[in-house]
Design a protein around this ligand. Structure first.
Ligand code: TLP
Length: 342
């Protein structure tokens, strides 16, 4: 049975071209800095987001936490939104690795309010922690994007107070597609940016952390400390190069499929789609009446569709390169049948 996996875009499988590039990759020992494929990936990644340098890391979580470790001092405070990946989905790593505390701003569907962020910056006072970093997330895991003007405004505030900005840009190329701008325009308003190769871009493993040369040099030591020195990493970097060269333009297709999916689900009586969170490849919805979550998840699996369980009362379906337009139609049909039989 064919499986349609809409749990995330992390589930995408590498393309044949990626597998071939991995097979043929020229490698060295990246901890010695002599893996030519990793060097090329880091050069290309920096170029894509308009930064001086970049470093290859095992995962998005690793890249975010390495950014925190590199930018901050132990005991600093980091301003971050209350629904961000760093806050919710990184197992409290910021306290363990960088030794920082998080101060959250309210996330209105993933949209930051520059004034609220400004108000959270600490004044100099012996009792207060130092505000060491501001973190943003674009595209946001709630399915939305932040426009360039807002990014610019927050950047101006941060600059005026001498505080760096880190962007969790796991899906920065989705954000760029949704906003109709180059990713560089978004990254321009940050001091460091992490982005993932292993989500919609379909590489099997890996993320990039980009910033100034000085920042990346410092991060190299932090990566070693975190156990992320990866030796013949060119094998996986090769797939990352294909991801960056070939896979960015097609992300918009996933966004179109997400909208199609949203329309189909919305047309079913028992479902409310969160239409104000439909900027990228994610569809969030809830059942209007209480239904048994386990029953729904296992019904879908029997139809060959993998979905995540409900989280905070919401379902999230994610389109990706392994989900075609006709797969989307099939998913809508199956959800409809579920409603008809309960
Ligand atoms: N997100 C995953 C889950 O962890 C929630 C997903 O399925 O969406 N930043 C953002 C905005 C992310 O969405 C993710 C992964 C990460 C960072 C972390 O990336 P990985 O999984 O590579 O550590």
């Amino acid at each position: 049975m064919k499986i349609i996996d809409i749990r995330s875009d992390t589930v995408t499988l590498p393309t044949p071209k990626m597998r071939e590039a991995m097979f043929k990759a020229e490698v060295g020992d990246d901890v010695y800095g002599d893996d030519p494929t990793v060097i090329e990936l880091e050069r290309l990644a920096a170029e894509k987001v308009g930064k001086e340098a970049a470093i290859f890391v095992p995962s998005g979580t690793f890249g975010n936490e390495l950014a925190l470790l590199t930018h901050t001092l132990r005991g600093d405070e980091v301003i971050v939104d209350d629904y961000s990946h760093i806050m919710i989905h990184e197992a409290g790593a910021s306290a363990v690795i960088a030794g920082v505390q998080l101060r959250t701003f309210r996330s209105t569907n993933g949209h930051p309010d520059p004034d609220e962020i400004e108000n959270l910056i600490r004044e100099k006072n012996i009792h207060f922690p130092r505000t060491g970093l501001i973190c943003l997330e674009n595209a946001h895991g709630m399915g939305t994007v932040t426009d360039v003007e807002t990014m610019m405004r927050i950047h101006e505030i941060a600059n005026s107070r001498g505080i760096p900005i880190h962007l969790d840009g796991a899906r920065i190329f989705n954000a760029a597609c949704a906003l109709g701008v180059d990713a560089k325009e978004i990254a321009k308003h940050t001091d460091s940016v992490m982005f993932c190769l292993s989500k919609g871009l379909a590489a099997p493993i890996g993320s990039m952390l980009a910033g100034t040369k000085e920042f990346v040099e410092k991060a190299r030591k932090g990566r070693k400390l975190m156990g992320g020195g990866m030796r013949q990493a060119g094998i996986i970097a090769a797939a990352g190069i294909v991801a960056l060269k070939d896979m960015i333009p097609r992300l918009c297709e996933d966004h179109e499929n997400a909208r199609l999916l949203a329309e189909g689900l919305e047309s079913l009586n028992g479902i409310e789609v969160f239409k104000n969170r439909l900027d990228i490849n994610m569809v969030f919805f809830r059942f209007k009446n209480h239904l048994n979550d386990c029953d729904f998840v296992s019904y879908m699996l029997k139809q060959g569709i993998k979905i995540n369980s409900v989280e905070n009362g919401e379902y999230r379906f994610v389109t990706n390169k392994d989900v075609s337009r006709s797969d989307v139609m099939y998913v809508i049909e199956r959800v409809k049948t579920y409603f008809n039989q309960i």
